[in-house]
Design a protein around this ligand. Structure first.
Ligand SMILES: [Zn+2]
Ligand SMILES: [Zn+2]
Length: 333
């Protein structure tokens, strides 16, 4: 017991290593760019001021989004998804899997759960003892069920999911911008040092490495960023891209795909001025997500799709389940 606790403690400490590496590289890049390049090498005051201004804007946004990606705790399913004491007792006492399935099915009737396991059963997490909401998965690193889990990212040492997916996307965006800006402005001086036009030996070392590191990070981020842009436009998580969510009608990789514009609004919210800031604006509460089949249905109660958009973003605290009339229809059916 003590051994496994010690092992887990070591694991937790080691899991911070990638974050420490990224932070150290970024701090060094700050020193190299601001001091070695701008203050010690550049002679034109206007150029120096412009470089420093844009650099600091990118730097602050990068740090802010990185901080939010790391320290926003993953959101976990609410109490009503946990088995009640009596249901849990009934479930534990029962040996027959079919009856256990039936108990879960009965509980699920009161909840907005539409996805199933491959065998058509309700998705149940044995470790957390709860019925998994749609798009929720258990993370073995965080040891908890995470709402709209995307993946566990070692570079932010956190689960990327409903609570911080927007922050993670912005972190990728600002990291790319940071690298592109550095590479674009350093390139001229990189060539000058290379050809021996500038004599400062110490700055030469920093500028050469700055160029190399910025390009290296840019190239590796480019693919991840492109992939996540594609996922957002399809309203798909990384896990769902590998294994399509299963509905009562069968697996459907486009089950949550509402169309390009509405997919963006689901993640970024409907206030465009907040799209590029790391403040939480995603729609809903992470327990329920509007589905393609619902928005395509001709149900008069669903009204027009714009109505859902407006209602969905107006109040984060009231659950999406209560705001969407189509959910009531499904629960009753
Ligand atoms: Zn779990
Ligand atoms: Zn995790």
């Amino acid at each position: 017991m003590a051994l496994s606790r010690g092992f887990r403690c070591c694991q937790r400490i080691f899991s911070w290593i990638p974050v420490i590496i990224i932070t150290s590289v970024v701090l060094w890049s700050y020193y190299a760019y601001v001091f070695e390049l701008c203050l010690f090498t550049l002679s034109n005051t206007l150029e120096k001021a412009a470089y420093l201004l844009v650099f600091h804007a990118c730097f602050v946004m990068f740090l802010w989004t990185y901080w939010k990606s790391i320290f926003t705790p993953p959101s976990t399913p609410g109490k009503k998804f946990h088995l009640s004491y009596s249901d849990k007792e009934r479930y534990d006492k029962e040996d027959r899997p079919d009856v256990q399935k039936h108990i879960l099915m009965e509980v699920a009737k009161k909840l907005p759960i539409f996805t199933r396991t491959t065998s058509g059963a309700i998705r149940f997490c044995d470790r957390c003892q709860l019925l998994k909401p749609d798009r929720c998965h258990h993370c073995s690193v965080c040891e908890t069920c995470v709402l709209k889990m995307d993946h566990h990212c070692p570079w932010v040492n956190n689960c990327v999911g409903f609570s911080n997916y927007k922050f993670f996307l912005l972190f990728l965006t600002y990291s790319m911008l940071y690298c592109v800006f550095i590479a674009a402005t350093v390139f001229r001086y990189f060539l000058k040092f290379w050809s021996g036009e500038l004599p400062n030996v110490q700055a030469k070392f920093h500028v050469l490495f700055l160029m190399f590191v910025a390009l290296m990070f840019f190239l590796s981020l480019m693919f991840l960023f492109g992939y996540h842009c594609w996922l957002v436009t399809k309203n798909r998580s990384t896990l769902e891209a590998f294994s399509a969510p299963i509905f009562q009608t069968g697996p459907d990789k486009n089950g949550f795909n509402l169309g390009f514009r509405r997919n963006l609004i689901q993640v970024f919210g409907d206030e465009r001025k907040l799209w590029f800031l790391p403040v939480f604006t995603s729609l809903g509460d992470g327990h329920f997500f509007p589905m393609r089949t619902q928005s395509e249905s001709r149900n008069p109660l669903l009204g027009n799709e714009e109505q859902w958009d407006e209602d969905g973003g107006s109040d984060e605290e009231s659950p999406a389940i209560q705001r969407d009339p189509s959910v009531t229809i499904h629960i009753e059916s």
